[in-house]
Ligand binder design. Structure first.
Ligand SMILES: Nc1ncnc2c1ncn2[C@@H]1O[C@H](COP(=O)(O)OP(=O)(O)OP(=O)(O)O)[C@@H](O)[C@H]1O
Ligand SMILES: [Mg+2]
Length: 457
């Protein structure tokens, strides 16, 4: 489950550990080298000191004294004459010492010279310093047992090993914490998306960081909220549909039962059958509108825009709708300059206006006036439908474009409304990339304005 943190951790660890090993190696080399240098230069200095003493007081006693000093110390001294004959030695002459003394010496500086520095394989490291008194010339050889240097190196290695292990452990711990810190939001998001795929949309991701991970968490959260919203909306929609379908069906069943009775007059029976017919029609309209909405929703419809004169289209529409206005005793006034062209789908345009005019008629009392006015403003076409009807309360205005939303549930059902008209209008307006505005005052009237931006000539 925490594979990602292990991967990140291992990668970091390998990188940092390699770097640390390289650094430690370089540091070790440097320290070891300077330690050996120190030992060798101390040995040269000691030889030079002996030379100084010899040159100042060259006699038997001084020579013995020097040898005695070295017997007591960790270094050894051998003093020879010019020909390599040993005058005195503080230790037994081993093979290596003999070879070094016998080796040819040329141009040895007064400040001394290192003649053996191989501390790894030889028993001694060694230096030589020439001396010259009035009586005698010769060499002071200094030797130091390498086992001591080896011991020193062993110690150094041990320290490095301890430091190395400690660093590796600390690095591992830090990386473990860091990788968890990085992987934690990722793991949380993975779990959240798993929940989403199982249909549980109520997730809460609280990653507030400003980086890419924070953005990703934000996107997942928005997706979840959106899905959650869609889910509740779908549930509401389904329950509304079943309610809308059940009501006319109940009516129909009830009236059918009554119509079946034997002792019914022909007139009554016809009356009930008419009611059943009415309800069937309503049901058919409802189903048609639902299918239409579903198509609009799926973008399964295409709009075919073309240029046409608004006034022509309005004449056609009003011709169809006028009888119903006459019947309701409502005057329809159309104000539209002849020259305005609009770029729209003519069939959908008719559908939009029919729906809006139908509402104006349905929700206005007899004897009022409904005005349809088209104006041309800064390249936009504005179509306003103004009625003197009962108006829409302010609190309801934001919802009237929702499916099945009706301000006065019982009354608008009597008027044949299902609450789908404006939902369809909204989808069509969006499909045209237009805007729609609502202004309304209760008991005074409603104005619905369509703004077709830049769609005129
Ligand atoms: N011009 C208007 N005046 C007053 N109320 C309105 C007006 N237009 C719409 N409404 C309110 O908004 C609601 C939703 O309107 P919509 O056209 O979507 O549904 P409907 O007219 O009830 O049914 P349908 O149009 O599907 O037959 C209406 O029920 C009504 O309450
Ligand atoms: Mg309507």
């Amino acid at each position: 489950m925490k594979k990602i943190s292990i991967k990140i951790g291992l990668l970091f660890f390998c990188l940092i550990f390699t770097m640390e090993v390289c650094l430690f190696f370089l540091l070790h080399q440097k320290i070891a080298h300077s330690r050996i240098e120190e030992e060798l230069s101390a040995l040269v200095n000691r030889g030079n000191n002996h030379r100084d003493v010899l040159e100042t007081y060259y006699n038997e006693e001084t020579i013995h004294h020097i040898a005695l000093m070295e017997v007591k110390s960790v270094t050894e001294v051998v003093i020879t004459d010019e020909q390599g004959k040993i005058i005195i030695s503080s230790t037994d002459i081993t093979n290596q010492i003999r070879q070094l003394i016998k080796a040819e010496k040329k141009d040895i500086p007064r400040s001394g010279q290192i003649i053996e520095n191989d501390w790894k394989s030889k028993p001694y490291i060694a230096t030589v310093t020439p001396f010259e008194t009035g009586i005698k010339t010769g060499y002071v050889y200094m030797f130091q047992d390498t086992s001591q240097v080896k011991q020193l190196m062993k110690q150094l290695n041990k320290h490095f090993l301890i430091a190395g292990i400690a660093t590796a452990i600390v690095t591992a711990i830090i990386i473990l914490i860091l990788s968890r810190f990085i992987a934690k939001p990722l793991i949380k998001m993975k779990e959240a998306t798993k929940k989403l795929s199982r249909g549980n949309f109520s997730i809460q991701l609280d990653n507030k960081s400003n980086d890419e991970l924070g953005e990703l968490a934000g996107s997942i959260q928005r997706l979840a909220d959106e899905l959650n919203h869609l889910k509740t909306e779908r549930n509401e929609f389904l329950s509304s549909i079943s309610h809308e379908l059940r009501t006319p069906l109940t009516y129909m069943k009830g009236y059918a039962d009554v119509a079946k009775r034997d002792n019914l007059s022909k007139q009554d029976r016809e009356h009930y059958l008419n009611i059943i017919m009415d309800e069937t029609e309503k049901l058919t309209t409802l189903v048609t509108e639902l299918i239409e909405l579903a198509q609009l929703d799926n973008n399964a419809f295409t709009i075919h825009k073309e240029w046409f004169p608004v006034s022509e289209a309005l004449k056609k529409i009003t011709k169809k709708i006028l009888p119903s206005f006459h019947e309701a005793d409502i005057t329809l006034v159309v104000i539209c300059p002849e020259n305005i062209q609009i770029y729209a789908d003519p069939v959908r345009f008719e559908q939009i206006l029919t729906n809006l005019l139908d509402n104006a008629r349905k929700y206005s009392p007899n004897g009022t006036i409904t005005t349809l006015e088209v104006v041309h403003e800064n390249g936009d076409v504005k179509i306003a439908i103004r009625d003197e009807g009962k108006g829409i309360p302010k609190k309801d205005i934001p919802f009237i474009f929702e499916r099945f939303y009706r301000v006065d549930k019982s009354r608008s059902r009597d008027l044949g409304g299902t609450g789908l008209g404006l939902a369809i209008v909204k989808e069509l307006i969006y499909a045209h990339h237009w805007e729609i505005e609502v202004a309304s005052e209760v008991n005074k009237g409603t104005t619905i304005t369509i703004i077709a931006r830049g769609e005129s000539s």
